[in-house]
Design a protein around this ligand. Structure first.
Ligand SMILES: Cc1ncc(C[n+]2csc(CCOP(=O)(O)OP(=O)(O)O)c2C)c(N)n1
Length: 452
């Protein structure tokens, strides 16, 4: 939940709300307002706030500034219940409640509030109807070459194991990205590397495409699938949204994928083609090439990225800002228990640091952000927030001429960071960062290279 005063503060929330909208995050926005009769009358910070986020919000409500009758009390309580339920159904989404206040604004008292009546929303239990299961199984069993593409999602209990079992089928390839948070297994998780090595595209076109999760980072897979359309494309979407990223959508499955696959898995027959194996073999080859390249390459932004990824502590959180960090992360394998996060709802470079700082503030886990310098300075004020400052350290590396600029990490005890954080530098921008309480390292990163 976020809350602000009236006027331009309300619009300052826009990037965060749009991000939440496209990432299906249940964000409740409370905005203070002036009563309707005072809008557009020349008072400071008094703008048209009713439905101000209209294109990017599940629902918007405006309350009454003075609740005087039982009907008004009933209305306000009902609207708040509805707003809270809208946050989670049919899918997580942001919801706005606008709250007008009349003058005098500075004489509010603590009043005994009426006990609200809670309206419970009973969501559907998600047992897939027999017909969907049967139709899906028939489609699956008649398809020779099958592809699953997983977009952005938080770690989902049980999903990785289910998909991993399916991906053992030689006729199926499951393409994942770091932001799918599906750990390495039978998945092909370096989509761009593999696509760059394909010689004859015809061998890699799926008959059946299944997509789940949100945004997909790889531009190349989007182009590949738009060029090479599958015969059928099933998309899992709780809200029934018609997101047709590959211009081939044939079926929307408004179900929870975990429960759906649990129900359907026993009737899915193993395929006979070696379609999936072709992808997996190419993945192995390109991984080897990637490793050989990195062993030999000079200290560059890519090399720095490799070092950082290897140093990340297990069971930690990693934010990746837009755009090089999120794209580079797709090139690496990370089998540690790390939750990958990124503002990929709209891929804004504004708000990456605040998102990471906010996460660091509410989690017990070590939080790191890898960010370019523009994105970092866009909202570096986020790290002035006191609770973050006390527990945070940072490391910024600008390789001359390269765009990549560094990473910041929460400085809670973590042995692998210690010898990095011991060091410090004092040039221009770095001094600014030190001043904010963040330790900054620049050329020292080179020392982490084995040959140095
Ligand atoms: C608010 C906003 N403005 C512009 C863009 C377009 N954009 C995406 S990445 C980027 C550059 C980011 O620079 P930097 O933080 O240094 O990262 P890197 O160059 O390493 O990707 C820009 C301008 C955006 N995504 N969001």
């Amino acid at each position: 939940m976020i809350a602000c005063t009236s006027g331009s503060a309300v619009l300052n929330y826009s990037p965060a709300i749009i991000e939440a909208y496209y990432q299906n995050i249940p964000l409740l926005i409370l905005t203070a307002d002036r009563p309707p009769e005072w809008i557009d009358q020349g008072d400071g910070q008094t703008i048209r706030q009713h439905t101000i986020y209209s294109n990017y919000i599940r629902s918007s409500y405006s309350l009454i500034d003075k609740v005087e009758s039982p009907d008004e009390e009933w209305y306000v309580a009902r609207v708040i219940n509805q707003a809270v339920n809208d946050l989670v159904y049919p899918e997580f989404a942001p919801v706005h409640i606008n709250i007008p206040f009349s003058e005098p604004l500075h004489e509010l008292v603590d009043a005994q509030l009426p006990k609200p009546r809670i309206i419970n929303l009973h969501r559907e239990t998600g047992i897939p109807a027999d017909t969907i299961v049967k139709e899906f199984a028939a489609l699956w069993n008649q398809s020779k070459n099958k592809m699953i593409v997983a977009g952005q999602m938080p770690p989902v209990n049980g999903l990785g194991a289910l998909l991993n079992n399916l991906a053992a089928d030689p006729s199926l390839v499951a393409l994942t990205e770091t932001t799918s948070n599906l750990k390495v297994g039978n998945f092909v998780s370096h989509i761009d590397n593999v696509l760059s090595a394909i010689e004859d595209e015809a061998d890699y076109v799926p008959d059946l495409l299944i997509t789940l999760g949100g945004q997909i980072v790889s531009k190349n897979i989007k182009k590949f699938l738009r060029r090479n359309k599958p015969q059928a494309h099933c998309h899992f979407s709780r809200s029934g949204e018609h997101t047709d990223s590959f211009q081939s959508l044939t079926d929307i499955i408004p179900r929870d994928p975990v429960r759906f696959f649990i129900c359907v898995k026993d009737v899915l027959l193993p395929g006979e083609s070696d379609y999936g194996n072709k992808w997996k073999q190419l993945d192995l080859i390109t991984r080897q090439r990637h490793n050989i390249f990195l062993e030999k390459c000079e200290f560059t932004d890519l090399k720095a990225f490799e070092i950082i990824i290897n140093y990340l502590p297990d069971h930690s959180l990693l934010h990746l800002s837009n755009s090089t960090p999120i794209r580079y992360s797709q090139l690496f394998t990370c089998d540690k228990d790390i939750n990958f996060m990124s503002n990929r709802g709209t891929s804004g470079m504004d708000g990456c640091v605040s998102t990471a700082a906010g996460t660091a503030y509410v989690t017990d886990k070590i939080t790191t952000i890898i960010t370019g310098d523009l994105a970092f300075f866009y909202d570096s004020n986020a790290i002035w927030h006191k609770p973050c400052l006390i527990t945070s350290g940072s490391l910024s590396s600008t390789t001359s001429g390269a765009e990549f600029s560094g990473f910041l990490t929460d400085r809670r005890p973590c042995p692998s960071w210690k010898h990095i954080l011991k060091q410090g530098t004092t040039t221009g921008r770095q001094r600014l960062l030190r001043h904010t309480g963040w330790i900054v390292l620049l050329p020292q990163m080179r020392k982490l290279l084995p040959r140095d």
